[in-house]
Write a protein that binds this ligand. Sequence first.
Ligand code: GDP
Ligand code: IMO
Ligand code: MG
Length: 427
Amino acid sequence: MPSKVVVGAQWGDEGKGKVVDILAENSDVVVRSQGGNNAGHTIKQKEKTFKLKSIPSGILYPKVCCYIGSGVVLNPESVLEEIKELESQNIKIEDNLKIDSRAHIIMPWHIALDQAEEEFKSNEKIGTTKKGIGPCYADKIKRTGIRLEELINPKKFKEKAEFLGEFNNTILTKIYGKPALQIKNIIEKYSSYANELKKYVFNVSELLYEAYEKGKNILFESAQGTMLDINYGTYPFVTSSSPIAGGVCTGAGFSPKFIDEIIGIAKAYTTRVGEGPFPTEILNETGDYIQKKGAEFGTNTKRKRRIGWLDTVILNHSRKINGFSYLVLNKLDVLSGIKTLKICTAYKTKTGEIIKNFPPSMEKLKEITPIYEEMPGFEENIENCKTVEELPINCKKYILKIEELISCKIKMIGVGPKRHQNIIRNF
Ligand code: GDP
Ligand code: IMO
Ligand code: MG
């Protein structure tokens, strides 16, 4: 049975949650392998809207087991809130959620440091979600983090939290001039979270292997997107994990040999939240039109998302790094009503060189000018289209042009936020 990976092809918010919710119907297990509650994955059903942060988007199906791998950073308060919120909507959690004991815990000092570091950087700030993601991953790599297995071991947790709390308080007060955190209160609060979380703690990597051996359908849900990858994104304006397909293997403890399909998710245009380079950014009324029509606000932080034309230099970078089996193109409906659509096909450097490969140098990226191919847009509302044949001719041409430019088939097209608002092509 196939194992599939869903990956964001741009800067996140491509509609991964919606796609995972659709694919989860035929899955036994849905897994998150990186990121934390910086993610915001929206699922729109007929009446209800769910916004998931750390819990995999398969949770709405009672038959689907949802796993959180060791590569995720976990904010216990946030995940418990999410569980309660879902339970209040009659979603079954207890037997369906399993979290790897090796996942690292986001502690209050990580959140305080994220905020203090951003303030200190001032104009150079990353525009993080301020959820403590970077500092938590930094501690993990420095080997000064707290794992879930330690959180649920009272003696060990107290020992580590006292030591690390004091250490981080020194940084907060002496370097950043911030108030010290009350470590005793934190230990009490987190010990009570530990009691509530205990029942969800498992060896997820082992469970995944068992599921694979039994021929189960396993679906991996990446958070963020390829351009936010710590290695291959627009560093330092990235997140602190690996949202690319390869991140699934390290983050969930699953062999690359067992993965059958890698599904790239892109929007029909581009968005980005936070600071950092954005070659195709639209800073005029067309950008405002897309922002409003696409309701482009961060799911999590409510910040306005920046808007840009579709960039196939980025999509090709993404396709190559991830090895897409095919692409899903979401939010095509948002582009109706725009007279001329632009697609970025290459970049021109300061010296006049035309490049098609995404430059690893961010200094070089700052100096490029995007080269566009212009196409006539479409006026029609496509929200109810069920097949490609029903789409306006200019819309079809836009899809075919993208396929040609990225050498990758588009198998699914999003024409609205709901489960059924998709065109699925069979090939
Ligand atoms: P994710 O982080 O990749 O899961 O994406 P988000 O949920 O943060 O952002 C995507 C937004 O677009 C959500 O509000 C979705 O409900 C919405 N959405 C997804 N697909 C479509 C689509 O095809 N058309 C429209 N209009 N909205 C969509
Ligand atoms: P989903 O899974 C869009 C961005 C932040 C910031 C940068 C670093 O919903 O696609 P962090 O808090 O991770 O240290 O912030 O990454 N970012 C996202 N942008 N979608 C996301 O997740 C994001 N998660 C982080 O805005 O620019
Ligand atoms: Mg999102």
